[in-house]
Design a protein around this ligand. Structure first.
Ligand SMILES: [Zn+2]
Length: 149
C-alpha cells in the first residue's frame, strides 16, 4: 500500500478492563485463537503509553512505502492503518494520559506520511460498533485535547 492509498487511520480499543496490562503479543495470540492470521492492527498502545508494532508497516520502503494489509475494519482494510488502544471495556473511554499522548504523537506522525488520510474511529466506518468509545473525529479536530478519557 502506497502512502497515497491510505484513506483512513482507524482508532480501535481492545475492549479490555482498565487493570489488564496487555500488548501486541497477547492480541496476536487472541487473534490467532480466532483462526485469523494474527494481530489485525498495525499498532497497539499499552496502558503505559508504550507503542508496540503489530502488523508490519514499513515506512522506509521506496518509492512510496509498503504495508502488510491490516485486518481490523470490514471492507476497508486495504485502505486503512489500524491503531488499537488497550482498555475501553464496554465502550468506556478509560484510556490513560500516557495512552492519549502516545496516540496523538503516533497519529500526527502517520499524518505526515499520509496527509490525505482521514482520522476516524472504528464506529465511524462500521455502524454496528461502539469501538473505540469516543468521537475520534472531534478528538482529532480538538488537537487531542478532549474525548479519549
Ligand atoms: Zn475496533
Amino acid at each position: 500500500m502506497d502512502a497515497s492509498k491510505v484513506k483512513y487511520i482507524v482508532i480501535h480499543c481492545a475492549d479490555t478492563p482498565p487493570e489488564l496490562d496487555i500488548g501486541a503479543a497477547e492480541i496476536d495470540r487472541w487473534h490467532k485463537q480466532n483462526g485469523w492470521d494474527g494481530i489485525g492492527y498495525h499498532y497497539v498502545i499499552r496502558r503505559s503509553g508504550v507503542i508496540e508494532s503489530g502488523r508490519p508497516l514499513d515506512i522506509n520502503a521506496a518509492p512510496g512505502w509498503q504495508t502488510v494489509t491490516g485486518a481490523h475494519v470490514a471492507g476497508m482494510n486495504s485502505q486503512a492503518i489500524g491503531i488499537c488502544l488497550v482498555g475501553g471495556r464496554h465502550g468506556k473511554p478509560d484510556f490513560s494520559g500516557q495512552q492519549r499522548e502516545s496516540l496523538w504523537l503516533l497519529v500526527e506522525t502517520l499524518k505526515r506520511i499520509a496527509p490525505e488520510a482521514e482520522v476516524v474511529g472504528h464506529r465511524d466506518l462500521d455502524k454496528g460498533k461502539t469501538c473505540p468509545g469516543f468521537d475520534v473525529r472531534a478528538w482529532w479536530a480538538n488537537r487531542g485535547q478532549h474525548g479519549a478519557g
